[in-house]
Design a binder for this molecule. Structure first.
Ligand code: PMP
Length: 437
């Protein structure tokens, strides 16, 4: 049965026609939502409505400056409510995106002279791997044969390091396989062994509810990060949420005006968090966009969005499975344990060529390659260290990778049908397509 999104008309650009290789135009299909999402109409409207009031914040005494400061500051409470962060104990720090948020936290935590081990996982985006590497001893929770996180290995490692783990840092959902991690079970385990937990919510936040839970709960999420550009508000803002005390007393990650109370040539008196971590002129328009997106997503209901996308993802998986030689990297677990992300390959056609064919023949946007999760895909594909070193040394060796389709709340099943039909065609006529491109 066809699945039509009731949310399609909320999104900008969904009916935009794109040119094909044959000179014809078709309505573009965006299956690259895990990378970034188009803006909502409500976001554009709020930006337009706010623009006449925009002004420099915090330091201005003018009416517009005060109004802009209020929007920016009050936005922190809206964001806290969205993920049930603690109203008084947590701070929301505005960042550029998830990557900057994790870099910031890694810098702050490095200054705390207690435990020196970070437990990341084999399925992380590089944003939740590289910032830790130069500052801590980093170990990685392993994955099973399907690419799912091993909770047994997590507990073994927590025991092995005997209380030395500062943080378990884990993605809420993978940007490669779409697997959702059991973040509350992971939080419980981390807390049992006196570690904190950071959830990388970049993929989770646009698709399903997140609840940071009370501090008293063992399932409490200590830190949470996400990016607005994956939540239909692509205007350069992200957030880091965590306990205020983490940021008190430490050197800020970025230094300059706006982060201080008073400075002389003899001393620097830093402001309190979150302001201390937000040096420079802040991205107020980005905040306005994020707040507008949160308003619209919340009024639909994150659970409603999740339910809609669950239907569509199972429709897509069923269709993709019908293609004879396709290999999917997504289908290990319970129905509800995943997001609308499917990585696949079609043996005999390089991932880059396949992605190009989909674009040129049908105006379908997908992503191909290693999706900034190199170690995860290297493990999923079973690539040996020898092979990796050959690839690194020789630019002529084709880089391994996959093709990824990723859904948003506005995608329909007829778009999925177009992809599946074309993949059937390509699978049957590989040689012809390879010759053509
Ligand atoms: N983590 C995950 C799971 C992601 O999918 C991404 C973006 N692909 C990031 C982190 C980084 O997000 P950003 O580019 O917004 O910093």
């Amino acid at each position: 049965m066809a699945i039509h999104s009731p949310f399609r008309n909320l999104v900008v650009g969904v009916d935009r026609k794109l040119p094909l290789v044959n000179g014809k135009y078709v309505t573009g299909i965006n299956f690259d939502n895990a990378a970034t999402t188009p803006p909502l109409h409500s976001v554009m409207e709020e930006l337009g409505d706010f623009a006449p009031w925009y002004s420099s914040i915090h330091r201005g005494a003018g009416y517009k400056s005060i109004l802009s400061s209020d929007v920016y500051e009050e936005g922190r409470d809206v964001i806290k409510k969205f993920v049930n962060a603690d109203h008084t104990r947590d701070v929301v720090i505005y960042t550029k995106n998830t990557t900057e948020a994790i870099n910031l936290l890694s810098y702050i935590l490095e200054q705390k002279d207690d435990k020196q081990v970070i437990l990341s996982t084999d399925m992380e985006h590089l944003a939740n791997d590289l910032p830790w590497r130069d500052k801590f001893l980093v170990d990685y929770v392993s994955i099973d044969e399907f690419g799912k996180l091993s909770l047994e290995d997590l507990e073994m490692k927590l025991i092995h390091y005997g209380g030395r783990i500062k943080l378990v840092t884990v993605t809420g959902a993978s940007n490669v396989t779409g697997y959702k991690n059991p973040i509350y079970k992971i939080a419980k385990l981390a807390h049992k062994y006196e570690a904190k937990i950071l959830v990388d919510g970049a993929q989770l936040a646009p698709h399903c509810p997140i609840d940071m839970k009370d501090y008293e709960s063992l399932e409490h999420l200590d830190y949470l990060v996400f990016s607005a550009h994956k939540m239909y508000a692509p205007f350069g803002i992200g957030v880091l949420i965590g306990p205020k005390e983490t940021f008190e007393g430490e050197e800020p990650y970025c230094k300059g005006g706006g982060a201080v109370k008073l400075v002389s040539h003899q001393f620097i008196a830093w402001d309190t968090p979150p302001h201390k971590e937000e040096a420079g002129t802040p991205n107020v328009m980005g905040v306005v966009a994020l707040l507008a997106a949160i308003k619209t997503l919340s009024s639909i209901g994150m659970q409603v969005i999740d339910n809609y996308e669950q239907n569509l993802i199972h429709y897509a998986i069923a269709g993709l499975t019908s293609i004879p030689d396709i290999k999917l990297y997504c289908c290990a677990g319970n129905k509800e344990d995943r997001l609308g992300i499917i990585a696949f390959d079609l043996p005999g056609i390089h991932h880059e060529l396949l992605a190009n064919i989909l674009s040129h023949e049908a105006g379908i946007a997908v992503r191909n390659g290693l999706f900034c999760a190199h170690p995860y895909i290297e493990k999923l594909l079973g690539i040996t260290n020898q092979k990796l070193s050959d690839i690194q040394k020789n630019p002529n060796v084709p880089c391994p990778g996959l093709v990824r389709m990723s859904l948003g709340l506005y995608n329909n099943s007829d778009e999925v049908d177009i992809l599946i039909d074309l993949l059937h065609q390509i699978s049957k006529n590989k040689k012809a397509y390879i010759q053509k491109y």
